[in-house]
Design a protein around this ligand. Sequence first.
Ligand SMILES: *[C@@H]1O[C@H](CO)[C@@H](O)[C@H](O)[C@H]1NC(C)=O
Ligand SMILES: *[C@@H]1O[C@H](CO)[C@@H](O)[C@H](O)[C@H]1NC(C)=O
Ligand SMILES: *[C@@H]1O[C@H](CO)[C@@H](O)[C@H](O)[C@H]1NC(C)=O
Ligand SMILES: *[C@@H]1O[C@H](CO)[C@@H](O)[C@H](O)[C@H]1NC(C)=O
Length: 253
Amino acid sequence: MKGWNFYKCLIVQVSVLLQTADAVNVALGKPANQTDTYGKHTANRAVDGNTSPDLNNQSCAHTLSHNASWWVNLEKIFLIRSVKIYNRNGDAGNRLHDVELYVGLSERGFQSLEGFHHGQVGASYTFELATPVYGQWVRITRRNPLDKELTLCEVEVEGVPYSAANGVLYSVFNGYVHTSTAIDVSAKVGSKRVCASRCAKTENCISAYYNTATLTCSLFDSLAFQKGDIENDVTVVNSIAITNNSREQLFGK
Ligand SMILES: *[C@@H]1O[C@H](CO)[C@@H](O)[C@H](O)[C@H]1NC(C)=O
Ligand SMILES: *[C@@H]1O[C@H](CO)[C@@H](O)[C@H](O)[C@H]1NC(C)=O
Ligand SMILES: *[C@@H]1O[C@H](CO)[C@@H](O)[C@H](O)[C@H]1NC(C)=O
Ligand SMILES: *[C@@H]1O[C@H](CO)[C@@H](O)[C@H](O)[C@H]1NC(C)=O
């Protein structure tokens, strides 16, 4: 018994197989929002499919605030490989610099920094994620609060829908339990590996909880945990590419 702060993480198997042909712009037409809005330049103009850099062409999102963010809800979890941002033209293009990309599994919290562009963005810039990550929210902001507003003429998110078929991967975290309600509970499940495999076969399951004392396997469509019994509570995160950033946000250091 090592106490609540101790956890073990075993990456049991890591083999994310990406289906290149399936990737599409999953942000198109999705609900977008920003800190606040200048005139009619609402956040959804950055996901309207119109990449025109001309603000007068009603194709760009534009905030009123200078220390501002723009974000989109992809409405379900996607494996995200790249994010392309389009700048506006003219002198105002110099406002888009030192840009940060965050990807998250919830609107607030569980968001990790997955990309950074140092300096001014040209007509467009593509953040290529070194390790593709699962996320439902994508947020764009600038590292330093600037003396200018944030304008984005389009944001394209290249991703494939979450599916256990996208890879064979699960990570095991000892001593954690879910805080949300299970979508399925089964008794007499022989091992955490069998429990992980039930999750892989169940639509919307992204993580599972296996209790080694009661042999109960519970399936969840969410990723919200609290510390539990270090000996018996086993959380299995299924097919989620756990990066250093997201691991820390999910389970602490
Ligand atoms: C958009 O974001 C603002 C600022 O955080 C918030 O007040 C507002 O409720 C959000 N709107 C929607 C539709 O989420
Ligand atoms: C405005 O957007 C439309 C639709 O994408 C495009 O055809 C047109 O060339 C754009 N005009 C300018 C001035 O960028
Ligand atoms: C900028 O906004 C962020 C997020 O709301 C906030 O944490 C930070 O304190 C702000 N910085 C300044 C200088 O206002
Ligand atoms: C993740 O963290 C481990 C342990 O701290 C470190 O060795 C590794 O380089 C990190 N990987 C990345 C991509 O930062």
